[in-house]
Design a protein around this ligand. Structure first.
Ligand code: MG
Length: 308
């Protein structure tokens, strides 16, 4: 199952994605036809927080739709919708794993930079933008804007001191994040926070894929293209710290909650890793694809030309 947050006629809603046919089932709109009540939670975070009940309810609704004579009439073509980030405004900072692929750690420094313990920083919730949303160039504050294609884990259940063996039980699903980074700010201010938290530097989506559709998050092809040129091409089997370990370390003394987002790190091939570096410029298009999830596409635009 794939779920989007979408907008049509000024109304934002959670929808079930029928990827093959390029259409979306607006859950509450259809549920109202079925039962007379809009009984699905109103936001993606609330849907996630209602856990298995949510998935069971979607199953029941899909079954009902299948048995209607006018099945197709319940779906909306995806091109008729504005697709937002699946979680348009996270309730807390996005957790990000740094240097989780050895080759990326080396391109950022040397083999000595390969971490022995999970390295975590965060991005502010205000960084999040939609698939196809514009990444501001921020040329007034940075000249080294860079891309980082990453698998993101969406937590589905509250937990602390989560054991590695049980970690995937706490996952709701997966999406794609571009951990856009201002490299000059990242190094100048010692802590990564400012360099990782400029507005529009967390494109997310295009949807959340439920965990039932991903056999092993630690074995997915991941690729990033800039203007059609392949820059990053790897597989999450190259993680230094697999998803289970990241969840276990993060939750050791800190509660993880439904809707929390963990970006799992980026493979080699970021702009800074090239000689000379290939930082992002206005009009560049970044396309991140992850096996079993989909493709996240965003363009860079000048601050003056774009409104938030
Ligand atoms: Mg990153």
């Amino acid at each position: 199952m794939k779920f989007v947050t979408a907008k049509k006629d000024g109304v934002t809603f959670v929808g079930f994605v029928d990827d093959e046919k390029g259409r979306v089932l607006p859950l509450n709109q259809v549920e109202e036809v079925r039962s007379g009540e809009k009984s699905f939670p109103s936001s993606m975070i609330k849907c996630i927080a209602s856990g298995e009940n949510f998935i069971n309810k979607v199953d029941q609704l899909l079954d009902w739709v299948q048995h209607q004579i006018n099945v197709d009439s319940f779906y909306i073509p995806i091109e008729d919708l504005t697709i937002l980030a699946p979680i348009p405004r996270p309730e807390k900072n996005i957790f990000c794993v740094g240097k989780n692929y050895a080759e990326h750690a080396i391109e950022m420094g040397s083999a000595e930079d390969i971490p022995k313990d999970v390295m975590v920083f965060t991005k502010a919730p205000t960084t999040v933008i939609a698939p196809n949303g514009t990444i501001l160039s921020h040329h007034n504050v940075t000249s080294q804007l860079d891309y980082e294609g990453e698998l993101a884990v969406i937590i589905g259940k509250q937990g602390r001191a989560i054991k590695k063996e049980e970690a995937l039980d706490y996952v709701f699903g997966y999406t794609i994040i571009n951990d856009v980074t201002a490299r000059d700010l990242q190094s100048r201010h010692k802590q990564f926070f400012i360099g990782k938290s400029l507005d529009t530097t967390c494109p997310m989506g295009p949807w959340i894929v439920h965990k039932s559709m991903i056999d092993n998050p630690n074995h997915l092809d991941i690729q990033t293209k800039v203007n059609g040129e392949v820059r990053q091409n790897s597989n999450t089997k190259n993680f230094i710290f697999p998803v289970e370990e990241v969840i276990s370390v993060l939750s050791a003394g800190m509660t993880l909650e439904p809707g929390d987002i963990i970006a799992t790190g980026t493979p080699a091939g970021v702009g800074k890793g090239f000689t000379p570096p290939k930082f992002l410029q206005s009009d560049d298009q970044i396309e991140i694809s992850i096996e079993g999830i989909g493709t996240l596409i965003n363009k860079v635009g000048d601050n003056e030309a774009c409104e938030l």
